[in-house]
Design a protein around this ligand. Sequence first.
Ligand code: MEV
Length: 426
Amino acid sequence: MPVENSRIPGFYKKTVEERLDIIAQLVGLDESEKKLIASWGNLDPAIADAMIENVIGVMAYPMGIAVNFKINGKDYLVPMVIEESSVVAAASNAAKVMRRDGGIQTVATDPIMIAQIQLVNVKNPFYVKMKIIEHKDEILDLANKQDPVLVRLGGGAKDLEVRVLDSPLGPMVVTHLLVDVRDAMGANAVNTMAEKVAPLIERITGGRVYLRILSNLADRRLVRAWVKVYKEDIGGEEVVDGIVAASAFAWADPYRAATHNKGIMNGVIAVALATGQDHRALEAGAHSYAAKTGVYKPLSTWEKDEDGNLVGTLEMPMAVGIVGGATKVHPIARLALKIMGVSTAKELAEIMAAVGLAQNFAALRALATEGIQRGHMKLHAKNLALMAGATPELASRVAEIMVSEGRITFDRAKELVEELTGREQS
Ligand code: MEV
């Protein structure tokens, strides 16, 4: 029920239990509903409470394992957390036909993140740009003093670029710090550096700094993946042609490219969730990179080689980390990394790109042949059967019947559950 007044002074100061009690009272949650919200499962309430504000409970999502992945000659089991049916199955099926020749090939660049420092109130922006460049070593030194551990690990601020922007408020001089963040996602490291060097840039230029923040268009931290899929493994050259046509459609049309890229992100984000990444940063990076030419384009391309086989390539930013943030504190994120057996952020980025490419292939293959609804409907039917009270074993039987009848509705699922359980009991 809607609440009359959402103003709850000092809510953030209460304990987790007190907050849940307050909410329960305000909106009328009963004891069983409260218990459900506070079923902490694999996340300790103290950790949850430290991760975000105003915590009252947790929400569990399914974690599945995509099997069959071979990437750069190495086998991987890939944990995926997602609410959408078919994604894990599709990734696993795609990976199965991508195992030849060492599997999916990938390579990530050095993990370079960009921090932006926005300078305004400058009369002679081009001269100011040179002044900043003149003090490059001093600026980089000051940035690196903020993170000696990162520097010791081989990372740190490596370079600096200065851009003069034409804005609605007149010219702005924007400095980019290029920071190698090693195994971190890097937001904290680069934001700290940007904040620390801002006063120095003001002193050098006499201008005024406002924003000091990373850019999610992480185009210095790219990952590339490519694969050959043999035509005989996927139903012949006609299927290859269909996938190539789908790819060309995405290249020609932003409306299609958005959906094409969404299919890639189905895989990327599911792994990101399982491993506790900042998935909003990944989405922002992916879509801004897709639009880098000024026209929104697909992140992957599918072509036919001289033998009629399908070859696919993907290039996108991938700002992921395996130290710090939720990756560090969430026990399941740590276990997800253990299941994958990854030891560097670069390796994780490469796996995620491979999963994105496989996921994209699976979608295009389905779309270019039977359509995606058949597979979707099978899983949807099973979900309906579960909602109608079927046990997992019974749900598969109910789903099969509904699919064969072509009647996939909750009412039919209920009827079948009653019929089949009644028959089994009598
Ligand atoms: C659905 O989650 C993803 C697809 O729409 C991707 C695509 O159209 O390529 C199937």
